[in-house]
Design a protein around this ligand. Sequence first.
Ligand SMILES: O=C(O)CCC(=O)C(=O)O
Ligand SMILES: [Fe+2]
Length: 218
Amino acid sequence: MSTSSVQYSSTLTEETFDLIATALSQHGYIILENALPPKLVSNLLVTATEKVAEFKPAGIGRANQHQVNNVIRTDNILWLTTQNPVESAYLIEMDALREAMNKRLFMGLFDYEASFAHYPSGAFYKKHLDAFKGQTNRVLTTVFYLNENWQEEQGGNLVIYNTKNNSTLQVKPEAGTLVIFLSDEFPHEVKQATKDRYSIAGWFRINNSSLNRVDPAH
Ligand SMILES: O=C(O)CCC(=O)C(=O)O
Ligand SMILES: [Fe+2]
């Protein structure tokens, strides 16, 4: 790490990794509150809000199939890079998570890509899957929230549909909450909110070079 980067004491401990691995193997998802140091979370929010003019309307489909579709989603995104020390600190945490899952679950995750997302008041992302079986190298989704003191009546929940037991989960986009789920198993949607909503969506990928297709999301 360069000397300009900010040091945070990680809260993703070995015990937390154990907990995540157990939940993923038993249920396919986990919701963790206060997953990362509060200072890192607030620095990520400052970084996102400072860069908000650089965010671009999010699309669906990748590469030449990429298109903006504002019937399905109306958020704006900006990819994280290692150039920025705060973004880099987040990517380092996710890389530790990647290695920990590979060690415990033999998932063969080879990299991670992530973008900030800004949902202005009224923005949404309709029910979707981040990946379709056999058609993508995105296998594990992460969503990390940056919104301090989010109130329930402000809306903006992530709704996760568990197709195995026909239930739904409501996740409040509160700063520090990390959601992790198997990308091709859980349809989910982002409800409209009455205020700006910031998050980081990310995907761990496997290196499946036999796949000659594009990913469905972003
Ligand atoms: O922000 C969220 O709660 C989820 C975002 C999402 O589903 C996505 O970007 O694919
Ligand atoms: Fe998604």
